[in-house]
Design a protein around this ligand. Structure first.
Ligand code: ATP
Ligand code: MG
Length: 259
């Protein structure tokens, strides 16, 4: 669905992404995992065509997005929902207004249709009845769920999550992972960026490990945990050490089981 072919990104003469090639397949959850500063968010910015790589190609359903006009790009972006690291909700707008903000063709829908749309999305993220709240009245976990509802409002083919559980307590973090899992069951393709190993192994069908702007390994959770790559072994040390045991009943690693 999305392919990077030998992407190199330079910012202020520094190599941010170094010859990155990756494939994001449809209907699965891909997790880009790596330490702070590795280049994870930069990958999302390139997918959204907010940044243009210096070398290489980005293909979205086979189309090279860096060759498109701004108008054609807008059409591609309508397929992509994004949940930003800081949620990026509009403080002066209500929850309902935030959710509808990026909806194209709003004017074609009646007030009642818009109301139902908001209700349906709030119900999906378990936030019924919060339509008229302002972001400052919500907890961190609630804000994250509004950001997810807003991303879903455009019926995206793919949804990008940048560090969706960072800063949340374990219970809220788990509920966000549950939502991502629920989305997968409804056929959405998700790309999640995180440095939290627990998220990566509980939610990821495919993990792409990145360090210093380079992909060091990619594969299923089992493949990554068995990798002989030095960096991967060091990064996943806690898990391999046995802090996260494979539960033979659920066949899951980690502390939460959301799949
Ligand atoms: N606008 C910019 N100009 C110059 N360098 C930048 C810019 N944005 C990011 N960088 C650099 O690019 C590198 C990768 O940044 P990026 O935000 O992609 O990392 P990340 O893996 O998402 O990190 P984190 O986990 O901290 O969010 C970092 O070294 C960062 O300092
Ligand atoms: Mg980041």
């Amino acid at each position: 669905m999305i392919s990077f072919k030998n992407i190199t990104l330079l910012l202020s003469d520094k190599i941010i992404l170094d010859n990155v090639s990756l494939n994001i397949e449809r209907n699965i959850t891909s997790v880009i995992v790596g330490p702070s500063g590795a280049g994870k968010s930069s990958i999302l910015k390139i997918i959204l065509a907010l940044w243009k790589p210096d070398y290489g190609e980005v293909l979205f359903d086979g189309i090279n997005i860096n060759k498109l006009t701004e108008e054609e790009l807008t059409r591609i972006r309508k397929n992509i929902g994004i949940v930003f690291q800081n949620n990026a909700l509009f403080d002066s707008l209500t929850v309902a207004e935030n959710i509808l903000y990026f909806l194209p063709d709003k004017k074609k829908l009646s007030d009642i249709e818009l109301k139902y749309k908001v209700e349906e999305l709030l119900s999906f993220v378990n936030l019924e009845g919060t339509e008229n709240f302002f972001p400052e009245e919500l907890s961190g976990g609630m804000k994250k769920r509004v950001a997810i509802a807003r991303a879903l409002a455009i019926d995206p083919k793919v949804i990008l999550f940048d560090e969706p559980t960072t800063g949340l307590d374990p219970i809220n973090a788990e509920s966000i992972l549950h939502l991502i899992s629920k989305l997968k069951k409804s056929g959405t393709t998700s790309i999640l960026v995180t440095h939290i190993l627990n998220d990566a192994i509980t939610i990821g069908d495919k993990l792409i490990v990145i360090n210093n702007g380079r992909i060091v390994e990619s594969g299923t959770v089992d493949e990554i945990l068995q990798s002989s790559n030095n960096f991967v072994q060091k990064f996943f040390y806690q898990i391999n050490r046995g802090n996260y045991l494979l539960d033979s009943y659920t066949n899951q690693y980690g502390l939460v089981n959301v799949k």
